[in-house]
Design a protein around this ligand. Sequence first.
Ligand SMILES: Nc1ncnc2c1ncn2[C@@H]1O[C@H](COP(=O)(O)OP(=O)(O)OP(=O)(O)O)[C@@H](O)[C@H]1O
Ligand SMILES: [Mg+2]
Length: 248
Amino acid sequence: MTKFIAVTGGKGGVGKTTTALNLGTALNGFGRDVIVLDGNLNNPDIGLHLGHSNVEVTFHDALSGDADIRDAIYRHTSGVRVIPGDIRGRKVKVKGMDKICKRLEGISEVVVMDCPADMGLSKYAEEALVVAVPETTSVTAAMRTIKKLEDKNITVLGVVLNRVNGDEHEMSVDNVEALLEKPVIGVIPESDDVRESQSIKYPVAYSHADSEATTGFKSLAAHLIGERYNIKSEKGIYNSFLRKMGYK
Ligand SMILES: Nc1ncnc2c1ncn2[C@@H]1O[C@H](COP(=O)(O)OP(=O)(O)OP(=O)(O)O)[C@@H](O)[C@H]1O
Ligand SMILES: [Mg+2]
């Protein structure tokens, strides 16, 4: 049985694509069978993040009925499998999505869907992760998104706080959890490694094994699959970062 997990958020630019891609990469690193699907039809960025922007068959082609979704699956050199969208972001009806979900059934254990800030294709997922940055506007927008997801009976697994510096101007994990009434299950630091990895077209969780961002994504993946991932022994610095955030 394939599990569809939407990665969404309340606002644009908070790190939904970065999270979807690196969660997929970390799950793949744990030996899980995973596909990252570019579910952002207007701003399909997965291909751009990985250097797969000019593929022959895209998610848009499959959605419009012009191709089989199985022909739109590509394996990046990092090992993660992806279904890139058409970077032109052309208009396409989503009614083919039910058929696509059925065609993907059994092809992968998990399909991580990079979704836009509005509901978009999230409604086809059973579960969702909500990405926010630790600012009131972003977290309040995440609250509205959580409400919309739950109105559609989508289980919100938790919140991923991205671009965290740990300074006094940020919302604390406790405050975010209190406001959203959801657990923060991922804390990803602000890191130049993320931008650097994007410039070389690799997920940071693959190209920068020692990065604190990588540790954050691996911890998130481990949490989701109930895997033991000993961040204590692997990353002393990340651990003290989490403590500073009031996370542990
Ligand atoms: N933890 C991080 N540290 C540093 N930069 C980051 C981090 N996460 C994301 N970024 C940067 O923020 C920018 C936006 O990230 P991303 O494309 O993942 O956001 P998004 O929510 O998917 O945006 P959109 O709403 O346009 O789809 C990118 O340039 C990315 O490099
Ligand atoms: Mg995006």
